[in-house]
Design a protein around this ligand. Structure first.
Ligand SMILES: [Zn+2]
Ligand SMILES: [Zn+2]
Length: 131
């Protein structure tokens, strides 16, 4: 699969038994449909996170093509404060998150800020930042 932003081949990373696609050049992450929920520990956290995904057609920021179908993705805000903006395939193939956004989204959704997934994300992204 190619990165929708820089068109480089993405690498597959395993994150607590969930395989995610990661671009080593821009550090963005592609999640197939349903994978975001798998990164959270409890049903309650999953339900809450899905509740704070707010699709917004009015956002003018450049959108990327879905790496699966090639169609332009929708902008989706995460959280009531609308600080995090991610991309979602209109055909629901999955989600694209720019550098650092995956960790912010998971932290927003998790009750446990030291969960296994959050710690793994810290390791992956801090290592690449220090290169
Ligand atoms: Zn990239
Ligand atoms: Zn798609």
């Amino acid at each position: 699969m190619l990165c929708p932003v820089c068109k480089n081949p993405m690498i597959v990373l395993e994150l607590d038994q969930v395989e995610i696609d990661y671009c080593a050049s821009c550090e963005g992450v592609w999640l197939d449909r349903g994978e975001l929920e798998l990164l959270l520990d409890t049903e309650q956290e999953r339900a809450r996170l899905l509740n704070i995904l707010i699709e917004d057609d009015s956002v003018k920021e450049k959108s990327y093509p879905c790496p699966i179908c090639g169609k332009k993705m929708n902008k989706v805000f995460v959280g009531e404060e609308k600080k995090i903006l991610i991309d979602k395939c209109r055909k629901n193939h999955g989600l694209w998150l720019d550098k650092g956004e995956l960790r912010s989204v998971i932290e927003l959704g998790s009750d446990n800020k030291e969960s296994k997934v959050i710690n793994l994300l810290k390791q992956i992204f801090e290592n690449s930042a220090n290169k």
